[in-house]
Each structure stands twice: as structure tokens, then as C-alpha cells.
Design a protein around this ligand. Sequence first.
Ligand code: UDP
Length: 235
Amino acid sequence: MRYNRILLKLSGEQLAGDYEAGIDPKLVSWLADEVKKVSNAGCQVVIMIGGGNFVRGAQIAGHGIKRVTGDHMGMLGTMINALALTDIFEAHGVPTRCLSNIFAEQVAEPFVHRLAGKHLEKGRVVVVAGGSGRPYVTTDTAALILALELDCQVVLKATKVDGVYDKDPVQFKDAKKLKNISYKNAIGGKEIGVMDKAALGLAMEQQMPIIVFNAMQAGNILNLVQGKNIGTKIS
Ligand code: UDP
């Protein structure tokens, strides 16, 4: 196996599946089985879940809602996703714990990195709710911080497309998929919104590799963990 501990970044939008918002339990069940394969292979899995299927702070701010409040709303959205993910994963026989970066003790265990480490060592999937707990960043940046904090070897960033292209593959038929791309090009290039710049900057500074890939294709997460060349590697 290529990796023993990974951080999987899922966006909220992905959980919505065919719905416009909210959570598609069928899709999350399917994801549970995908993650189970990885877990059963002995790889420890940390999941940072987005909240864009409910609220994005930068979009909802205005008309009386402050940006900070909007971001708080967004983080609470991630919490809803994390709770759903945790239960559905457990219902599918994937031992999972939800740890929160927002104080919500009736709802989830607080995120403490030693506690997260213990869960991981016991083979439990750790789902982190509440992003980083701070406003003005997204769950992409929170994912990078978390991966560094928990000594993950790679960040697997799940997207709708199967990697990073030299131009928008939806608009341009001749768009080419890139196998590898440098942090600098990912930050500076006009490639379709790879990841936010704060996240990429942190990854570059700490030399944390990121693989952008399509998680909705069966076996992809396991293939990546086993070292197969899928998606686009940013390093
Ligand atoms: N958010 C935040 N701090 C964090 C993570 C998230 O303030 O550390 C807020 C922010 O408003 C963000 C929203 O939560 O837009 C939902 O997260 P994100 O947009 O990253 O979700 P995704 O696009 O991955 O579904």
C-alpha cells in the first residue's frame, strides 16, 4: 500500500448527489462502502467534510448577515453533514467517530488531536465537523491543516471531474488532463478552481501532496491508496 493514513476531503455538494441541497443517503451509503474497502485494507481514514450543500459564508453574507455569522452558518452545515456521514457509515459496518471543531458537546466529541489519533489507530474512520472552527477559510484549508495536524501522508480532494485540466473540460473539448502539477502552477494557473489558494499555499509551505480525483467512480479511493496513477497530483 502506498499510504497508511489519508485525509479525504469531500465537498458538501457531493453529498447532495442529484438533489439541489441536503444529503442523498443512498450516495452516502455508496461512499461508506468505498471507504470500507480502504479501511479494511489497513489504511487510516480522516474525512473533512464541506458544507456547501447548505451554506457558504461568502455567498450568504450581506443583507444583514455578517460574514463571520455566514461562516458560522457554513460550519454548522458541515456539522449536519458530518453527523449524517457518521451514522450512515456506522450503519454500513464502518466504525466511525465524529469529532467537532465547534463546541457542541451534546452532539459530537470535541476535536482533540490525540483523541483523533487514538480513534484512527483503532481503525475507526474520523469525520471532522465544523471545518477549522474559524471563519474566513473554507473546508479545503481546514482539510490541509487537519492533514498536517494528524500526520496524514496525502490529501485526497474529491471533485466532480477526474483531475485538473489545462482548461475547463466542460467548455473546451480539447482540454487536456494534467497528471502532475506544481503547487505554484496550481496557485497561479487559471485551471478550473482546483482548490482555494490558502489551502494550496499551506500545502506548498509544508510539502503536503494533494491528489485531485473523482471519488464517485467505484474503487478510486482504494486505487489511489494502493498507489495507482489516478487524477492529478499537486506536489
Ligand atoms: N467554513 C469556515 N471555516 C472553516 C470551514 C468552513 O468558516 O474552517 C464555512 C465557510 O463559510 C464555508 C462553509 O463553512 O464556505 C462551508 O464549507 P465549504 O465552502 O468549504 O464547503 P464545500 O464547498 O466543501 O462543500
